[in-house]
Design a protein around this ligand. Structure first.
Ligand code: SAM
Length: 319
């Protein structure tokens, strides 16, 4: 019998034994394919379905823990999973994990499934979105936010992201919906620090959990530059508690990474400066956001905050 092990989020464990030890509720499971019902794995399967390489029947079968081998071979061919031969000196057979590419795909698919618009954003969008707005989503990922907004009569919705795989997935997902409104959406591979957009031409700028990965001041300066007078900005951010809650996830790397982000965020909060970090050869400038510092930066670039909670900041341009 095949075993599947998803190396993503809470299912980062490498061996069946390790998973069973950690997840008491599956301890008694005779076969490990139960993990296929995790949202991440389902998302990968839904992606395969949308690409036409897996039928709905097959997905149903997988969820009922049957005929997994065909799906596994498809996932393998697409480079989304790989055979896990040995970990921690133990030999494991017939066990798979998501590859790095698979984890990226799964991440974006999960984001597509969970609507990224929260209640506060929905309220403001419904009440204040001017008709025929030009909207930009900075770090659009799977493009779910723009997709959700497309029904509000947009003139144009532009999504930009640095990750080409995210944009490819977004195109596949959008193409699977036959809707005229989606003709108004366009995706660009670009850097949020250098928006390829002229000054003061957009009514709405959205930046949903992308600011933590950017040089905050540079990104805010760019976003405010492209907003027209009275235009809105929606920032979804990560407060410090987000990283504190992750300190003990995935030790020891999770602890090292979250600590580095917390120190960088504290530095940003106190001085307004942010460092480019280098951990084990990976460069990143990730930080948490505080309301005070983010509002100060927005004010500097002529954006007045009109609503906020620890995870969301909404403002309009007074330039
Ligand atoms: C946490 S994801 C959020 C995706 C999406 N906004 C959502 O809410 O689901 C952050 C996104 O920002 C993108 N990103 C990171 N740095 C970027 C940059 N410098 N320019 C543009 N996009 C960037 C990543 O590729 C990723 O898709």
């Amino acid at each position: 019998m095949l075993d599947i092990c998803c190396s993503f989020s809470t299912f980062r464990e490498s061996t069946v034994e390790e998973c069973k030890r950690r997840h008491k509720h599956i301890k008694k499971a005779n076969n490990f394919l139960r993990l296929v019902t995790s949202p991440t794995s389902k998302a990968v399967l839904v992606y395969l379905f949308k690409k036409g390489v897996a039928s709905e029947d097959q997905i149903q079968l997988v969820l009922k823990v049957e005929k997994i081998s065909e799906i596994l071979s498809q996932l393998d061919k697409l480079g989304l999973i790989g055979r896990l031969d040995s970990r921690f000196g133990k030999k494991v057979t017939n066990t798979y994990e998501l590859t790095k590419r698979g984890r990226v795909v799964a991440y974006y698919l999960a984001a597509w499934k969970n609507s990224p618009l929260n209640d506060l954003e929905k309220f403001v969008i419904v009440n204040k979105l001017p008709p025929n707005s030009k909207v930009l989503d900075v770090g659009c990922g799977s493009c779910k936010t723009l997709f959700s907004m497309s029904k509000y009569n947009l003139d144009i919705g532009v999504g930009i992201d640095l990750n080409k795989l995210a944009l490819r997935l977004a195109r596949v997902l959008l193409a699977s919906y036959d809707s005229k409104e989606l003709e108004h959406l366009m995706l660009l591979n670009a850097d949020a620090h250098f928006l390829p957009i002229r000054d003061q031409c957009l009514e709405v700028v959205i930046c949903s959990v992308t600011l933590p990965y950017l040089f905050n001041e540079k990104a805010i300066a760019e976003m405010s530059r492209v907003m027209c007078k009275g235009g809105f900005i929606f920032l979804r951010v990560h407060p410090a508690v987000f990283y504190i809650s992750r300190l003990f996830e995935d030790p020891p790397m999770g602890f090292i990474r979250s600590t580095a982000v917390l120190i960088n965020g504290l530095l940003l909060h106190i001085t307004g400066k942010q460092l480019m970090l280098n951990l084990f050869g990976r460069k990143f400038c990730e930080v948490f956001q505080t309301q005070e510092r983010t509002k100060k930066m927005l004010k500097k670039y002529n954006v007045t905050v009109c609503a906020s909670d620890p995870y969301t900041i909404i403002g309009f341009s007074t330039r």
